[in-house]
Design a protein around this ligand. Structure first.
Ligand code: PEP
Length: 248
């Protein structure tokens, strides 16, 4: 891999104040010249965002929110967090379209509204797409990706701040990863769909059971610009290992 490589740590609904103390080694690593092309972004739960931002203040490591509301600023939406609130905290990114939220009923249209609101607030969007096991078995992966991309990005002219995370749903948290060829073909499909929308070459990340063992193989997959790591990112040791093995 050349150029910038993304390493995204999605902590989901895990972590506590004490887990922040485990990040010192990662901070040291991020300052080494060898890792200057590593773009490291943490997505802690909302409750820890401020602490992460303070921790990473003098580093190049960024912080983002794991989701946001469709309304940009403020509103009577109990339990929700707006793009403005994330931005005001110091977040630079937000994850949208994660399958764990799609499963809860988030539609392509909801995701499109959220992406627009987030971009309006100058947040960069990690836009998650991917087929379920049922869809893979029915061999409709291409049309699923086509629908998710076209509906999710509908009407958005400037895709400069969009990062695509291809995450087969059947791979998230299961320990299963696509075969090399299948993954490469799906990345090609994604590029083809995107090429009809933009001349930009958006970063495409892979997510789904990435760990410090399978990374040695995954890093050789053509067309991928980095990784979205869930469970394994909650261990700083494993996350550091993933970065080191990718950039060696
Ligand atoms: C994720 O949270 O998007 C993810 C890919 O999780 P995991 O690495 O645990 O499969």
């Amino acid at each position: 891999m050349t150029n910038n490589i993304y390493f995204i740590a999605n902590w989901k609904m895990y972590g506590s104040l004490s887990s922040i103390n485990t990040l010192n080694k990662l901070i040291n690593l991020s300052k080494l010249k060898k890792y200057k092309n590593a773009i490291i972004i943490y997505f802690p739960p909302f409750t820890l965002i401020q602490n992460f931002i303070n921790k990473f203040k003098t580093t190049k490591i960024s912080v983002g929110g794991q989701n946001c509301h469709v309304v940009e600023d403020y509103g009577s939406f109990t339990g929700s967090v707006s793009p403005k609130m994330l931005k005001d905290l110091g977040c630079k990114y937000v994850i949208l379209g994660h399958s764990e939220n799609r499963i809860e009923g988030e539609s392509d249209e909801d995701i499109n509204k959220k992406i627009r609101s987030a971009l309006n607030k100058n947040l960069k969007v990690v836009f998650c797409i991917g087929e379920t096991l049922k869809e893979k078995r029915k061999k409709i992966t291409f049309s699923v990706l086509n629908r998710q991309i076209n509906k999710g990005l509908k009407g958005i002219k400037n895709l400069n701040n969009i990062i695509i995370a291809y995450e087969p749903v059947w791979s998230i948290g299961t320990g299963l990863i696509p075969k090399d060829k299948e993954l490469e073909l799906n990345v090609i499909k994604i590029k083809k769909i995107l090429s009809k929308k933009t001349k930009l070459r958006l970063p495409i990340l892979y997510g789904g059971s990435v760990n410090n063992k399978n990374i040695s193989n995954l890093k050789n997959i053509t067309g991928i610009n980095g990784f979205l790591v869930g469970s394994a990112s909650q261990s700083s040791k494993k996350f550091i290992d993933i970065i080191k093995k990718t950039i060696n």
